[in-house]
Ligand binder design. Sequence first.
Ligand code: ZN
Length: 237
Amino acid sequence: MQNIISLFLVFMLFITPSNSEIEKASKTTETKKIVYLTFDDAPGGKVTKDMLKTLKDNNVNATFFLIGEQIDNNQQEIIKQMVSDGNAVGLHSYTHDHCKLYGPNGDFFKEMAECQNSIKNACGVTTNILRFPFGCNSSYFKLTKSMLNKIHSKNLKVYEWNVDSTDGLYPKLSPSKIAKRAQSTKKTAVVLMHSGYNNKNSAAALNEVIQYYKKNGYTFKTISDDTEELYRIIKKK
Ligand SMILES: [Zn+2]
């Protein structure tokens, strides 16, 4: 009997995957290609509505960094729809005014808190993820370690992008050019697009962007506060 038990144990050793095999398997899932479609400056009326429809028709979700003042301009329904469709929402300030955010009398955190309120009032969600208007290294503002610490002390998290469709700078760019510039071969692509009132061409480009990432085997994800942050601190010379 003893022998049979030992034999069984030896047998089990061979068929049970070793720890390193389990690790390998989980690494394989970790290395799958992921795309985060992200939109700044929403809600932008019909532009945002059209984008929500395109996302829904394709059965994918995105992350929208919202402007509070625009939500309060009678666009709460769009935000409700956005969230009930499974999209993520984040902070992009209340006014998007660089003076009010970064000027000598500006208050970045007041702007973000007001935006958080507008989102909460519209859809009941309290979000802690944020994207800096104009990015965190613009001509208006450069992210520092102390600012980052302050952001983290308020439980906020920063998300930049690593693929720029350039539709912020060039909203009139043709939809096919926007779609082309939104493409990437990165393992994890965080694509920047815009969904403000003047981003009609981005709405027209979105289906092509989605088709590209689908065809290339990407999984679509939304940003949550579990997502690893993405930012860059440029050291002063
Ligand atoms: Zn913006």
